[in-house]
Design a protein around this ligand. Structure first.
Ligand code: APR
Length: 318
């Protein structure tokens, strides 16, 4: 049987590391795409030459041509720019929106049945662009955010209690990063609610650290941002899809009335399988949690509205 095919757009840190995980796990053949000539080809060849040592038979190829991505089962989008000194948030938003729109429309055309996994930031806004540019239904446009945010939160809880990370199961909702909404009462350690194990004030410190997890790594690296954990999180989503696992993972999904939101991508628990999003899992929230979720959705809406405004301005200028 032919291997599944995954296209990873953007052969930078997150893209190349995601490609590595997918190939080395024997999950799928991988096509790496980038705008820079030679970069995806070089990294793909390097990954392929690791295969005999690791003992997998996945194909890894690099290209600058979307024709080579045709018939992909999953398309992971990591292409984009990092914020440069002197660049405003709006500049970054506009630049990455342009990149995501261009790559998604080219890739979707030749893989009309693919599932899109969006990683480029600002995540929730980029999911909107990807859905628009592909014309795909919401089941097949999914943003990677919550798996990474919960992974950070789980790491800090496990460190705090000196237990295995595999015993910690965490629950977050909302936008990626700053506006994420962790739900401590649904966060458990070996089945025990974390609220029974860590005092509220200390737990709040861990929440804050998880919320600023991306910034903490940028501050250490100085040039560039996190990529090992983002790639691992992306891998888990691709594995849930291709393995038809029906796995419940926190992802950015397009809400159509769930959680009281309509027409917005926000982080919620979803069930992932071969068709993409099989179900959006809704839970009861307290008044405080509902308010925090509403603020988070509001922050996403602000960016989406700003994108629409910029498109109108560009239309007028043109
Ligand atoms: N088409 C294809 N690739 C592109 C395009 C384009 N139009 N524009 C930029 N790229 C490529 C760059 O050439 C680069 O190789 O995207 C890659 C981005 O890689 P890095 O700069 O290493 O960024 P990375 O750390 O991988 O992060 C990528 O993921 O987590 C998010 O915030 C992060 O938005 C960022 C994205």
């Amino acid at each position: 049987m032919a291997h599944p095919k995954v296209t990873v757009i953007g052969a930078g840190n997150v893209g190349a590391t995601t490609a590595q995980r997918i190939a080395e796990a024997g999950l799928a053949d991988v096509v790496l795409v980038d705008i820079v000539e030679g970069l995806p080809q070089g990294k793909a060849l390097d990954l392929l030459e690791a295969a005999p040592v690791l003992g997998h038979d996945m194909q890894v190829t690099g290209t600058n041509d979307y024709a080579d991505t045709a018939g992909s089962d999953v398309i992971v989008v990591t292409s984009g720019l990092a914020r440069q000194p002197g660049m405003s948030r709006d500049d970054l938003l506009a630049k990455n929106a342009g990149i995501v729109r261009s790559v998604v429309s080219q890739a979707a055309k030749v893989s009309p049945n693919a599932i899109l996994v969006i990683v480029t930031n600002p995540l929730d806004a980029m999911c909107h662009i990807a859905m628009e540019a592909s014309g795909f239904p919401r089941e097949r446009v999914i943003g990677m955010a919550g798996v990474l945010d919960t992974a950070r939160f789980r790491t800090f809880i496990a460190q705090e209690l000196g237990v295995s990370v595999t015993n910690v199961s965490a629950f977050v909702l909302g936008g990626h990063g700053d506006t994420m909404v962790p739900l401590p009462r649904y966060t458990t350690v070996g089945g025990v609610p974390v609220t029974e194990l860590i005092p509220a004030a200390r737990l709040e410190e861990l929440v804050t650290r998880a919320r600023n997890g991306g910034a903490e790594i940028v501050a250490l690296l100085k040039t560039g941002s996190a990529y090992y954990a983002p790639a691992a999180a992306t891998y888990q989503m691709v594995d849930a899809i291709l393995g038809d696992r029906h796995a419940i993972l926190p992802c950015a999904a397009y809400l159509q009335g769930e959680y009281g939101q309509k027409g917005l991508f926000v982080g919620v628990p979803v069930q992932l399988g071969r068709g993409g999003i099989e179900k959006i899992v809704e839970i009861e929230m307290t008044a405080d949690e509902t308010a925090a979720f509403g603020r988070s959705a509001g922050a996403v809406k602000e960016l989406v509205d700003r994108l629409a405004e910029m498109a109108r301005e560009a239309g007028k200028a043109g």
